[in-house]
Design a binder for this molecule. Structure first.
Ligand SMILES: [Zn+2]
Ligand SMILES: [Zn+2]
Length: 296
């Protein structure tokens, strides 16, 4: 589980180093109704809707992986090119394949806030590294405010925006008839979530987003998380319960006036460590994010 997910923070480093290495294999999962999950385990999970109207791809991972994603979708679309791309949010491990597909004719869509943030990036809230500004084919050309419905390939896709959650531009997508949801990075399934406080993210917004997804899902809904394996409503509820309890535990210590160092020493997330800690969002980093959110 730990190595299945790689954060945006590592995306640029991987993009630089992967050019000289073999790109990771793309694992394709057929979810029915022409919807497929494409996963590499090293960047945000991708979905494609394939059918008579053309190929719609949700997120594009990174430049070195884009040709592999394209080959994987062509294998299930009779060789069709990608016509439409939706980015779930601004992070590099979800958008850095955009130019590859734009150069081949795809239109890129994202929340209305994303284009400006890609052109003038803020430092990552956990690593403090500032991504390179993007331009040209990397940038979305269609801004979506949320509350949008797309009818394509015989499916209704409801696109929802959650303000101030993982970032301020998070969209999640509900393929209604297919009973499939792509959460973007509102769900790190089985993992402590990255909450990008420098890009409009907030803990309460993450909780609101997880609740909205849980409310829309049924017991059989297949849920594609931003990171982690194909999931269910139960997994969303587990993340929701963990994050709510973790927020409350850290906020209670912060309210007593403890410093960040003292809160970390008190280990309020100790009971979550074994199940949720991972390489990028360690228990200490999760604690620091919750503390910073509670005290700003
Ligand atoms: Zn991500
Ligand atoms: Zn992200």
């Amino acid at each position: 589980m730990i190595l299945r997910a790689l954060s945006a923070a590592f995306a640029l480093a991987l993009a630089a180093s992967a050019a000289a290495q073999d790109a990771p294999a793309v694992e394709t999962t057929d979810l029915g109704h022409g919807v497929y999950m494409l996963a590499t385990g090293v960047a945000g999970n991708v979905a494609v809707s394939v059918g008579a109207d053309g190929v719609w791809m949700i997120d594009t991972q990174m430049a070195p992986i884009a040709p592999g994603l394209d080959a994987a979708q062509k294998a299930v679309s009779d060789g069709a090119g990608v016509r439409l791309v939706l980015n779930t949010h601004l992070h590099g491990d979800h958008v850095l394949g955009n130019a590859y597909f734009a150069e081949r004719g795809a239109l890129i869509m994202a929340h209305t806030s994303v284009r400006g943030r890609l052109e003038a990036p803020s430092p990552n809230a956990v690593t403090s590294a500032t991504p390179e500004p993007l331009s040209g084919g990397f940038l979305p050309v269609i801004g979506i405010p949320g509350g949008t419905e797309i009818t394509l390939n015989g499916l209704t896709a409801r696109i929802h925006h959650v303000p101030d959650a993982h970032t301020d531009g998070d969209l999640w997508i509900h393929f209604v008839e297919a009973d499939i949801i792509h959460t973007g990075d509102l769900l790190f399934s089985g993992l402590f979530p990255f909450i990008d406080l420098n890009n409009g993210g907030a803990v309460d917004g993450m909780i609101t987003g997880l609740q909205a997804i849980a409310d829309a899902a049924g017991p059989d809904t297949r849920i594609i998380p931003g990171h982690g394996p194909l999931s269910t409503r139960e997994d969303v509820l587990a993340s929701l319960a963990m994050l709510t309890a973790a927020r409350d535990a850290v906020a209670a210590l912060a309210a007593q006036g403890l410093s960040l160092e003292d809160v970390i020493a008190a280990a309020p997330l100790a009971s979550f460590h074994d199940e949720w800690n991972w390489r990028f969002i360690t228990t200490e980093r999760m604690t620091a994010t919750l503390y910073r959110d509670a005290t700003r």
